[in-house]
Design a binder for this molecule. Structure first.
Ligand SMILES: [Zn+2]
Ligand SMILES: [Zn+2]
Length: 330
C-alpha cells in the first residue's frame, strides 16, 4: 500500500530535534520543530509548507534562520504554528536583520500561536519588510490545521513553560484499484488526484456513504459520477503520527498525552534522561527513556522512535534504547 506520508529526516538523537515528513502526492513537506538541520537536502526544505514548533528553546528553533534564508524568494506562504510566545519570537528573529531590499520578494510568513482557548494569527510579509500585522484570533478546539489529506492536532502541555505536542492524522487512506480501473477502461491521469480529494471530502467513514451524489468527472469525453467511480477506491485506515518533545514528567502531562497519542502508528518521543537520573529529569522538565516507553505502551502505539538524548549519555546511547524498549514491550 502506498503511504501518504514519508518520514524523510530526523537528526542523530544527540543533535537538535526535528522531523521532516514529505507528502509526495502534493509535492510538499511538513516540519516538526526547527533544530539545527545540517545536511538535509535543500530540495526537501524548499517544499516545507507548514512548520510546527513545540517551543522556542534554542535547540528547537534555531533552524528558523535556515528556513528563512532558503524560502525568501518562494511564492507560496510559510505557516508556522507554535505555543504561547511564538509570535514574539518570530518577530524578534525577523527584527534581527535589515530588510530594505526585499520589497519585491514574495515570501509571506503566517504565524499562529496556540494559547489557551485561542489561536492568535500574525502576518509577516517581505513586501512590508516583515512588519508584524496582527489578524483576527480564532478559537482553539484542539485542531491546528485541516488540510485536504490530513489534520494536525495540538495539545498544550508543560515543560515549565507551555509546550505543544502534535498529532498528524490522516482520516483514511485511499488507494486506486488498478485492475478495476482498467476493467472500466479508465486512464491513469491527473483526474485521479481530483477524484481522491473528492472522496476525502464527501466519503463518510462511519456510514460508508457519500455525502454528495452530484459531483461528476469528465474523463475521455464521458461524464462519470463519484458513485460510478467509487469501486476503484480502496479505502483503508489512515496513518497517525505523533511528536512529543520536552515535556515535564508529571502525571498531569501523562494523563493528557495518553488519549492524544492513542493508537499512533508512529510516535516520535524525547528520551532525554535515564531513569537513574529521574531527579534531574524532574528538575530539567524532561521525560526519561522509561517514561517514553511506558507512554507508548499505555497508548497502544505501534512504533516508537526515540529522539533528543542528553549529551551526558554520549557513550551509552544503548542504555537509553534498552530502558525505553523494555518499558514499551513489557
Ligand atoms: Zn526545551
Ligand atoms: Zn529540547
Amino acid at each position: 500500500m502506498k503511504q501518504t506520508f514519508h518520514i524523510t529526516a530526523i537528526n542523530n538523537p544527540f543533535d537538535d530535534p526535528f522531523l521532516l515528513i514529505r507528502i509526495l502526492r502534493e509535492k510538499k513537506a511538513l516540519l516538526f520543530d526547527l533544530g539545527h538541520m545540517d545536511g538535509i537536502e535543500t530540495g526537501h526544505l524548499l517544499k516545507v509548507s507548514d512548520i510546527f514548533v513545540t517551543h522556542t528553546h534554542i535547540d528547537h528553533f534555531i533552524g528558523f534562520d535556515t528556513m528563512l534564508r532558503l524560502l525568501l524568494r518562494r511564492d507560496s506562504p510559510l505557516r508556522v504554528f507554535g505555543p504561547k510566545g511564538i509570535i514574539d519570537c518570530i518577530e524578534g528573529k525577523l527584527k534581527g536583520y535589515t530588510w530594505n531590499l526585499i520589497r519585491d520578494y514574495p515570501l509571506k510568513i503566517e504565524a499562529f500561536e496556540i494559547s489557551g482557548d485561542n489561536i492568535y494569527h500574525s502576518s509577516f510579509h517581505a513586501q512590508n519588510s516583515f512588519q508584524r500585522i496582527d489578524n483576527i484570533l480564532s478559537e482553539f478546539n484542539g485542531i491546528i490545521l485541516i488540510d485536504s489529506l490530513f489534520k494536525i492536532e495540538g495539545l498544550q502541555l508543560l515543560h515549565q513553560i507551555p509546550v505543544l505536542a502534535f498529532c498528524l492524522n490522516e482520516e483514511f487512506h485511499i488507494n486506486i484499484n488498478k485492475e478495476i480501473l482498467s476493467e472500466k477502461g479508465l486512464p491513469i491521469g491527473p483526474w485521479l488526484s481530483e477524484f481522491k480529494k473528492s472522496v476525502k471530502k464527501y466519503y463518510n467513514l462511519e456510514t460508508k456513504q457519500l455525502e454528495n451524489q452530484n459531483k461528476t468527472f469528465r474523463i475521455n469525453d464521458s461524464l462519470y459520477s463519484l458513485t460510478d467511480l467509487m469501486p476503484i477506491a480502496v479505502i483503508t485506515k489512515g496513518q497517525k503520527i505523533s511528536y512529543v518533545m520536552d515535556v515535564s514528567p508529571t502525571e498531569d502531562n501523562f494523563e493528557k498525552l495518553k488519549p492524544f497519542i492513542k493508537n499512533s502508528d508512529h510516535l516520535f518521543c524525547e528520551a532525554y534522561f535515564l531513569e537513574k537520573d529521574r531527579q534531574r529529569a524532574i528538575e530539567r522538565h524532561h521525560l526519561t527513556a522509561a517514561d517514553a516507553g511506558r507512554l507508548a505502551r499505555e497508548a497502544a502505539v505501534a512504533n516508537l522512535t526515540l529522539m533528543h538524548f542528553s549529551p551526558k549519555y554520549i557513550n551509552c546511547p544503548q542504555d537509553i534504547y534498552n530502558e525505553a524498549m523494555s518499558a514499551f514491550k513489557q
